[in-house]
Design a protein around this ligand. Structure first.
Ligand SMILES: Cc1ncc(COP(=O)(O)O)c(C=O)c1O
Length: 500
């Protein structure tokens, strides 16, 4: 374990002052509990300080030193099966030598130029390839569009929000500046991204700092708010109608609507009910509101399609991706804009008023391009398709479904290689565990001991209570590895339950 410096001394006066401040903030921070993706339950012991400002001061983190295939190793030689792809990041497996070789070759040739001065061959070629990849099912939806490269999901969201706003200004709709979004969503940790996120735990204490627009409800069929007897078709339409009312209430100020086609971290792999996304797309189009699909987590094959919107035949105006784009080999995100959006700027002011020093970084792009080639030649999108027989995704689905028999597993859901299990204290009433028990964190801790990495989250029920695990392994996972992982997960659930 890596730790450094003096031990925390509770009797020291500055420690006491800190303690007092902490007490004042405790209520709000308890609600925001940032241990939601910590991997283990927080302990109350304060560890010796690291020079790294880590996600938690209450636990120690193993130092990861190596990765290969679906496995990671820590500095003590312990091996972990990465059933969460870190946080739905890794799609192609760890330690793929051709990716690091592509990065090294790019670094040796040209490590960096600034986008205000140059473009690069890697950016131009890769952007073309991504437009084609994004347009695959819906023929060539993104033909004539363009790609803006960033360093990750949040930067991509910021870029998309500004792009949507500038589009509206360019087409003579300067009043349109509101970005509508959904209550149980997550779009990133920067302030703009938080303003359109609904994830209470991750945004609560920053709310006074962010500009807020309407957040509409979102379908969550396991806890459907409507009395659906038609497979949730009706509730899907009602949620879509709620969006239409919000657009109308904006008095012509709505610029865009942002959504995750399949819920990522916040609700845990919740798949939309039939007809919902199509209705949403139609409403946006009718009202001149741009449709922004946040596929940071679901893009690049994770759900068994190049992008999850393809499952629903929805063609967004702006498509955002990150995570699987580089599979974690380098910081990378992309905003894929349709021709309509790009034309508005190209034929209007001619300048996109936005930029980061490191956007379109050549080494990240080399990584992303190599990842795209790799997943295409290895047919990994197909491997992630759970509706195809004998794929890793089909086996994964089956293995997780077998966990439904567990007393505390209320729901097993998802699509492709993006899945979740939701825990309940009582199956019949779907009553969640008290949030301060952090049941998901306890399961994750028990899994970690067994060498299994999962992604624990809380808040699916009302933003605070509700425990689930997000599971998103690399697409190269084998049936044997899935079977082993499901056994360990079952044992981890038992252990967490008996230790309640
Ligand atoms: C759907 C979605 N959007 C945006 C983000 C933010 O991405 P990043 O953490 O790369 O900034 C995430 C991260 O989990 C996400 O799941």
């Amino acid at each position: 374990m890596f730790s450094r410096g003096k031990k925390y001394d509770p009797n020291h006066s500055s420690s006491r002052r800190g303690e007092k401040r902490l007490t004042i903030q405790r209520g709000i921070l308890a609600a925001a509990s940032w241990c939601d993706n910590s991997g283990v339950a927080d302990s109350t012991t304060i560890q010796a300080r690291s020079a790294v400002l880590r996600r938690s001061f209450r636990r120690d983190f193993p130092a990861a030193v190596r990765g290969e295939g679906v496995y990671l190793w820590d500095a003590d030689g312990k091996k972990y099966l990465d059933l969460a792809g870190s946080a739905a990041v890794n799609f192609i497996g760890h330690g793929v030598a051709e990716i690091s070789a592509a990065m090294a070759a790019q670094a040796a040739k040209l490590e960096f130029v600034h986008t205000s001065q140059f473009t690069t061959p890697v950016a131009e070629e890769y952007a073309e390839e991504l437009l084609a990849f994004a347009g695959l099912n819906s023929s060539d939806h993104f033909r004539g569009g363009a790609v803006y490269f960033t360093c990750g999901g949040s930067e991509s969201i910021e870029t998309a929000l500004k792009l949507a706003r500038q589009y509206q200004v360019e087409i003579g709709q300067p009043a349109r500046h509101q970005i509508l979004s959904r209550q149980q969503s997550y779009h990133g940790s920067t302030l703009g991204a938080l303003s359109v996120s609904g994830n209470r735990r991750r945004r609560e204490i920053y709310v006074p700092m962010v500009r807020e627009f309407a957040h509409v409800g979102m379908p969550y069929c396991y806890r459907c708010a409507f009395d659906c007897t038609d497979g949730c078709h009706n509730c899907g339409q009602q949620y879509a109608a709620e969006l239409e009312r919000a657009i109308e209430a904006s008095n012509g100020e709505a610029a865009a609507f942002i959504f995750e086609p399949v819920s990522g971290a916040t609700l845990g792999a919740v798949v939309p009910p039939p007809g919902y996304l199509q209705a949403v797309a139609e409403i946006c189009r009718r009202h001149g509101v741009l449709l922004i699909a946040d596929e940071v987590m679901t893009g690049m094959g994770r759900t068994g399609r190049n992008f999850a919107v393809e499952h629903y035949n929805v063609a967004p105006d702006i498509l955002i991706t990150a995570k699987g784009l580089s599979s974690g080999y380098a910081p990378l995100g992309a905003v894929i804009a349709s021709k309509k959006v790009v034309d508005a700027i190209a034929d209007g002011s001619g300048v996109f008023l936005h930029g980061f020093t490191y956007n379109a970084h050549p080494i990240s792009l080399a990584a992303g391009r190599a990842v795209l080639r790799h997943l295409q030649t290895r047919k990994l999108v197909e491997a992630a398709d759970s509706s195809r027989p004998n794929t890793s995704a089909a086996h994964f689905k089956q293995a997780l479904e077998s966990l439904r028999t567990e007393e505390v597993i209320g729901d097993v859901r998802g699509i492709g290689l993006l899945r979740a299990v939701e825990f309940v204290a009582d199956k019949a009433s779907k009553r969640p565990f008290p949030p301060d028990q952090n049941f998901a964190g306890s399961v994750a801790a028990a899994a970690l001991k067994r060498g299994l990495l999962v992604y624990p989250l809380q808040g699916s029920v009302d933003g605070i209570s509700g425990d689930h695990l997000l599971l998103a392994p690399p697409a190269i996972i084998t049936n044997e590895q899935i079977t082993w992982a499901a056994e360990q997960l079952r044992a981890a659930v038992h252990e967490a339950f008996v230790s309640l």
